[in-house]
Design a protein around this ligand. Structure first.
Ligand SMILES: C[S@@+](CC[C@H](N)C(=O)[O-])C[C@H]1O[C@@H](n2cnc3c(N)ncnc32)[C@H](O)[C@@H]1O
Length: 269
């Protein structure tokens, strides 16, 4: 299902503990045309309101995976400095404080050619102190909704055939550095590679689960979910991107009455 609207408003209508996995890449802080926030604190607070609702709708012991990276807000002119914001590090303590238990820090590594050059001045003058690394990585931070129950308890909620069918096939990534090429889309400027979504879905959900992306963009998570026999719930504020999701996933646009909507789940006792 796809819902057009503000993520927080849409989430308010989603029942408690109805989602098994969230994977999302939130809007960048003022680094793209679709995000303009009055301050960095306001930006972090807005994201946290959404992640608090995601916590409520997530089933006990299930996962939230967040893709972010530091962003640069360009300088206003030659007399000014650009500003780099360490979003993953600033978000992390806020997420753990609201009940998300830290599980893993995965590094998504892109090829060197994918980086936006930051060191052109340094390359010419080689002056110490002016060095800047070209960023080829993003963070994929993994959290679990706090629970006194072990993961085994989560697995035992599923019938044996679902557990068997959900087994991760050979060739899985054993380290926390994932080499994946970036993806491009004709409509959206910052999309997930489908293979990144596939890994996250395979490693952190079971067949038949409901996966959520509250900042869905072009809907890559939904496309990957369909291929892996999971249900999806995509929230996106931008009408053009919602149209892209609908055409990409071959969905039929229709009025949605959330009051009538009940996602199925396996984790309820
Ligand atoms: C980094 S993009 C996500 C791209 C997505 N992972 C994909 O594969 O296409 C973040 C998205 O969040 C959306 N967004 C920003 N604020 C939002 C809000 N309050 N509620 C819902 N979506 C929002 C933006 O329109 C943008 O498409």
């Amino acid at each position: 299902m796809v819902i057009q609207g503000d993520a927080l408003n849409s989430l308010l209508s989603v029942p408690d503990q109805s989602v098994q996995l969230t994977f999302t890449s939130p809007p960048y802080y003022n680094a793209r045309d679709y995000s303009t926030y009055p301050s960095y604190e306001f930006y972090l607070d807005s994201l946290c309101e959404v992640f608090r609702e995601v916590h409520r709708v997530t089933a006990e012991g299930r996962f939230l995976v967040v893709n972010t990276s530091p962003v640069i807000v360009p300088r206003a002119g030659r007399q000014h400095e650009s500003h780099r914001f360490a979003i993953p590090f600033d978000l992390h303590p806020r997420l753990t404080a609201m009940g998300w238990k830290f599980i893993d820090d995965i590094i998504w590594k892109k090829p060197a050619g994918a980086a936006k050059p930051r060191n052109s001045g340094f390359v010419v003058h080689r002056q110490p102190l002016t060095y800047k690394a070209n960023a080829v990585t993003e963070y994929v931070m993994v959290y679990r909704k706090q629970s006194h129950r072990l993961i085994d308890w989560n697995l035992r909620q599923y019938p044996l055939d679902v557990r068997e069918d959900s087994r991760v096939p050979d060739g899985f990534e054993a380290t926390n550095v994932w080499d994946i090429d970036p993806a491009h889309d004709s409509v959206h400027s910052a999309v997930f590679p489908e293979s990144l979504c596939e890994r996250v879905i395979r490693y952190y959900s079971m067949i038949g689960d409901l996966v959520l992306d509250p900042f869905a963009g072009s809907g890559t998570l939904g496309a990957a979910a369909v291929g892996l026999s999971r249900d999806f719930l995509l929230l996106e504020i931008n009408e053009e991107y919602v149209s892209r999701i609908i055409s990409r996933l071959g969905l039929v646009a229709r009025a949605i009455h959330l009051g009538d909507w009940r996602p199925h789940g396996h984790d309820h006792d």
